[in-house]
Write a protein of this length. Structure first.
Length: 466
């Protein structure tokens, strides 16, 4: 029987099926951070249960950590309690953890692949919705809730309903200055934030094969914003080359054996998907979200929606609410939107390739006078180190950017890096919900290239024009 990549991963980890449609599946790797793990560990203690497989766990603080002045400690009392709890739980259980002082510390979804802890063919969970990032490695990766975090700690298994198979096939090739973030936003604008509900999305097409591993991670990271359970890209030589010689990846004979298995992690020719969507990118340009949902996205050289357009009639009230919250007008030119702040970072776009793109655009230029702050937050200490060895930090600082320490930062309002009320931000993060970056803050999701260009000009511009 012909199988999709998702079918193969599911079948490899399937343990038992129940009459109610749920199945028990085995979990290979469990990533934890300070926000969703303390309650799970407390649940274990109250039930007097042990951790089933300590070697399956990697921990790192990221959501609540400061990105400046770390030597002064964490000032926010709730954040400090959560980080201290993570430290204590990992120490008491002898778990692998990268502390704030460790150069390997960073955003959980950057650190896992970077260290070779996440490998092709694994099932991967984390108490964080953007765990789908790891699907770029042909891993079945998805976010879970706190009660499920406890369940995995105790049993190494999860009850799950099998997802439907969805194929998004990309037609055409990526043009210059059209990045994987733009591709993700384009897809979501076409299928909507519910377009992938109940599905595991596999991305195919020559454009996907030509993407770097870091670009694939960006695409899979955003898959959850289309409502899907996970995103997947099949294994190829890029995948195998990426995981080779990583600190925790297999070595020598073990690597050769693993490689044989990894090469099978592709959909069989003739495998049947429940749904297939073709997306033509041959004429696509940089994308920007204008509203309060990732599906509210338009081309950078376009205009905001016309509410009288027939395609928007059923969503008119949602659009009106978004226009009101964002302080924008229908049919407004995208390049007329002025900005207050720039955020380049998050588990979506904080890897070395992203930072190189930014440096190329801002080199020998200054951020605009109306930009109150522009911050760049690398995804890990190792990304930071590499950027500094390449001199990227000097480029950023000379242009007027702040160069920070790794963490989730302004992706979400859970640390010191927040928007003030009504401030408008070009952000390389993954969500533009109301209040996501701070109460009444206004977020526009963009690629690192578009964010960098906007920082220099003070408003949105088409990076292809500069």
């Amino acid at each position: 029987m012909k199988k999709t990549l998702y079918d193969k991963l599911w079948d490899e980890h399937h343990i038992h099926s129940y009459d109610n449609g749920y199945s028990l599946i085995y979990i290979d790797k469990h990533l934890i951070h300070e926000v969703t793990s303390p309650q799970a560990f407390e649940g274990l203690r109250q039930a007097e249960r042990d951790i089933w497989s300590k070697k399956s766990i990697m921990a790192v603080p990221d959501h609540n950590v400061p990105t400046t002045l770390r030597e002064g400690g964490i000032k926010d009392p709730i954040s400090k309690i959560q980080v201290d709890a993570l430290n204590k739980n990992c120490k008491n259980n002898d778990l692998l953890k990268f502390d704030l002082e460790d150069i390997r510390q960073g955003i959980v979804h950057v650190v896992g692949p970077e260290q070779g802890i996440i490998l092709p063919g694994m099932t991967v969970v984390c108490g964080d919705s953007h765990t789908s990032t790891h699907g770029a490695l042909a891993a079945l990766a998805f976010g879970i809730g706190t009660s499920e975090v406890e369940h995995v700690l105790a049993t190494q298994c999860l009850l799950q309903k099998k997802s439907l198979n969805m194929n998004i096939n990309i037609i055409g090739e990526m043009s210059e200055h059209f990045y994987s973030k733009d591709l993700a936003l384009l897809i979501i604008s076409k299928i909507g934030t519910a377009g992938g509900t109940g599905c595991a999305i596999e991305y195919t097409g020559s454009a996907i094969r030509n993407l770097s591993m870091e670009a694939r991670m960006t695409l899979c990271n955003m898959t959850i914003e289309a409502g899907a359970t996970t995103g997947l890209v099949a294994v190829d030589e890029k995948t195998i080359s990426y995981v080779d010689k990583k600190p925790y990846s297999p070595k020598e004979e073990d690597f050769l054996e693993a490689k044989k298995y990894w090469k099978e992690l592709v959909s069989d020719e003739g495998a049947i998907y429940n749904k297939t969507i073709d997306v033509d990118i041959s004429k696509s340009g940089p994308m920007i979200t204008w509203g309060t949902s990732p599906e509210m996205a338009v081309n950078i050289d376009g205009k905001l929606p016309d509410l009288e357009d027939e395609m928007y009639v059923s969503k008119k009230q949602d659009l009106l609410n978004a226009f009101s919250y964002m302080g924008l007008k229908e049919k407004q030119n995208v390049n007329s939107i002025e900005l207050d702040k720039i955020f380049i970072g998050s588990c979506t776009n904080s890897r070395i390739e992203d930072l190189r793109v930014v440096a190329d655009i801002v080199k020998n230029k200054k951020i605009a006078n109306n930009i109150k702050s522009a911050i760049i937050v690398p995804g890990s200490g190792l990304v930071k180190e590499k950027a500094e060895k390449e001199g990227l930090d000097k480029v950023f600082l000379k242009s007027g950017f702040e160069w920070r320490s790794p963490g989730c930062s302004m992706c979400l309002g859970m640390n010191d890096d927040k928007l003030n009320e009504y401030e408008r931000c070009a952000s390389t993060s993954n969500r533009n919900f109301e209040g996501r970056q701070g109460r009444l803050g206004r977020t526009h999701l963009v690629s690192p290239a578009t964010a960098a260009a906007a920082a220099i000009h003070g408003h949105f511009v088409d990076v292809r024009d500069i």
